[in-house]
Write a protein that binds this ligand. Structure first.
Ligand SMILES: [Zn+2]
Ligand SMILES: [Zn+2]
Length: 145
């Protein structure tokens, strides 16, 4: 079988506006994934990956839902191509979740004491002033912090 060219994606209008930022973030993501995490705790090694994934979703979310600079077609395209995570964007649209760092931090079964991660507790309600959650290294993502 001859090798089929898979690069047949049809890019929607406006793609050239988002492409530079997205490729930059994709490159960073690859770098983070290939990083030989010596000396870091296993969970910490994943933090940069979560952070970049968050940035990508946030970028697309802001462009479409806040700044209204991209078309619905381009927005859907970015979600379909995996540049942004549909599930976390759905949360950001809900009151109280506008700044949510990642989906794991709201999974009750992943936390021993509370129903959500420490980073979801508003600053004025927690004792420690400086925190970093174990899942994604979030330093606090409650709305209003
Ligand atoms: Zn968080
Ligand atoms: Zn998180």
């Amino acid at each position: 079988m001859p090798k089929v060219k898979t690069n047949r994606v049809k890019y929607p209008e406006g793609w050239e506006l988002v492409e530079p930022t997205l490729s930059e973030l994709q490159a960073k993501m690859r770098e983070a994934e290939n990083d030989p995490h010596d000396g870091k705790r296993k969970c910490e090694a994943l933090w940069p990956i979560f952070k970049i994934a968050h940035q990508k979703s946030r970028y697309i979310f802001d462009l479409y839902h806040r700044r209204k600079e991209i078309s619905h077609e381009l927005y859907e395209f970015c979600l379909d191509q995996g540049y942004a995570d549909r599930n976390i964007i759905a949360k950001w649209k809900k009151p109280g979740y506008e700044r949510l760092c990642c989906l794991r931090c709201i999974q009750p079964r992943d936390h021993n004491f509370n129903t959500t991660c420490v980073c979801r507790v508003p600053k004025h309600l927690r004792e420690e002033k400086v925190i970093e959650c174990v899942h994604c290294g979030c330093k606090g993502c409650a709305s209003g912090d």
